[in-house]
Design a protein around this ligand. Structure first.
Ligand code: AMP
Ligand code: ZN
Length: 465
């Protein structure tokens, strides 16, 4: 059986055929870096990592691009409110770009801890203003834009099947947008370029043919996907919340620009829900409310980052997953047992072919990871000789990504341990800069420090996938 993946556009399971012989183009909407990522955001990146690993498991090379939104994402998705970055900057009393750098570094630390494979390209919106202006210029030349007092807008009425991705009719979409649509001609129109408000100095603003200002949020992804993957690439991903607005608008921009949708296939990871008593505000895990669980919240309670990865493996990506601390504790126990099952055996065995074939069927069936994980348990508990058991578990782990191979790791070198101790001392003395410098020195050695209640723990920086 070939790899079959669900496509949100077609609302169907569709066999995967790559668009080119070189590499599968995979564009994933990345973080808005005005705060830490919450564990819900991280679930979406985990889904995208499993998707990439599944493609690689099927023999495809993957060109994985992730963007970083550091300008233009307003507090309301409907072109009103404040720029999230400028707001974050005010809240922390630091320049917006510094805030972006800080939270991007924190994000990339989470990325490593979760054993997510490094993308080919990380692209920041603020570093691709020229591409966005050029894209808007194309849309203007084709007559898809108009000007209001506060910006240049996309005329969604000119796209015949606007909103098809979300299966909402135009009236339904318009009714869902409750804010005052101002001078917009149609409620579903959206900003491509916003003018800097008169008399207000923005930190992030640029000159453009239409006046000084900054790009809208949707144009960034169309422009950067085009720059790095072209106009006809394979897969575009994001969380389910992107279906009705962000991705509907990206598709409209792409259709207006060159007729195609950009990506052939659009895939969406479903939400992680957190009940208030588990630490999420009203179960919504809203990043903008500032009240949410992040990976560090789990580490602070003594869990491994990879236990969260394990927890997410237990639900299909097209189902919402309810977070609970009990669930995480069970995931940690299961992960530890699986690690032992893989560790307690010599190297040099061959993966069991029948088992691998069954595993491939589950992966190829739209990433049925809960079933794939159950097969890992069949191996861990089954009658295979130890070397074969280990080899099979490691082969499965190329997709699962639990870092099982690594579990028989050597201890961190003495020098890294010394640096970690000095960093603890610096932290105790509230010498944050020195502590950060030492963290960087440890990372340069290929290790990293996770702060846990039991004290700092040294982990290798990159677990082999
Ligand atoms: P943001 O940093 O807010 O732009 O979101 C980054 C990614 O996380 C996007 O792909 C969102 O769709 C996704 N996302 C947001 N909230 C959740 C959640 N509760 N569960 C899973 N994914 C989410
Ligand atoms: Zn995007």
């Amino acid at each position: 059986m070939a790899l079959v993946l669900y496509d949100t556009w077609q609302r169907a399971l569709v066999p995967f055929t790559p668009s080119s012989r070189t590499a599968v183009g995979l564009y994933c909407c990345g973080p808005t870096v005005y705060d830490y990522a919450h564990i819900g955001n991280l679930r979406t990146y985990l889904f995208e990592d499993w998707l990439r690993r599944a493609l690689e498991f099927n023999g495809h090379a993957v060109r994985h691009v992730i963007n970083v939104t550091d300008v233009g994402h307003l507090t309301s998705d409907a072109d009103s409110g404040e720029d999230k970055m400028e707001k974050g900057s005010r809240r922390h009393g630091r320049p917006a770009l510094e805030i972006a750098d800080y939270f991007l570094a924190a994000f990339r630390r989470d990325w490593e801890r979760l054993n997510l494979l490094p993308p080919a390209v990380w692209c920041r919106a603020s570093e691709h203003i020229a591409e966005q202006i050029a894209f808007i210029g194309d849309l203007a030349a084709r007559g898809y834009t108009y000007r209001t007092d506060d910006g240049i807008y996309f005329d969604s009425s000119r796209i015949a099947d606007y909103g098809f991705l979300a299966r909402l009719d135009r009236d339904g979409l318009a009714a869902g947008i409750r804010v005052d649509s101002g001078q917009k001609r149609t409620a579903t129109d959206f900003a491509l370029w916003k003018f800097s408000p008169v008399g207000v100095r923005r930190q992030m603003e640029w000159d453009s043919p239409w006046g000084r200002g900054f790009p809208g949020w949707h144009i960034e992804c169309s422009a950067m996907a085009r720059r790095y993957l072209g106009d006809d690439f394979d897969i575009h991903c994001g969380g389910e919340d992107h279906i009705p607005v962000h991705h509907s608008n990206e598709i409209a921009q792409n259709q207006a620009c060159h007729g195609g949708r950009g990506a052939r296939r659009w895939m969406h990871g479903y939400f992680l829900k957190v009940r208030p008593e588990q630490g999420g505000e009203a179960g919504k895990m809203s990043k903008s409310s500032g009240d949410f669980l992040r990976l560090d919240s789990l580490l602070a309670r003594g869990f491994d980052a990879l236990a969260y990865r394990y927890l997410c493996l237990t639900a299909h990506y097209r189902h919402q997953l309810e977070f609970s601390w009990e669930g995480l504790a069970a995931a940690q126990t299961a992960l530890d047992r699986l690690r032992e099952a893989a560790a307690d055996a010599p190297d040099g065995g061959q993966p069991d072919a029948a088992l691998m074939a069954r595993f491939a069927l589950e992966i190829d069936n739209d990433l049925n990871l809960p079933r794939a994980l159950a097969l890992a348990w069949e191996v861990a508990r089954g009658p295979l000789p130890p070397a074969e058991r280990r080899a099979t578990l490691l082969a499965l782990d190329a997709v699962l990504g639990l870092g099982l191979e690594h579990w028989r790791r050597e201890d961190a070198p003495a020098r890294a341990r010394e640096l970690a101790q000095s960093r603890e001392a610096a932290r105790g003395a509230r010498q944050w800069q020195e502590a950060d410098r030492l963290r960087a020195a440890i990372e340069e050695m290929g290790w990293r420090v996770d702060d846990t209640p039991a004290g700092p723990r040294l982990m290798p920086r990159r677990l082999p996938g």
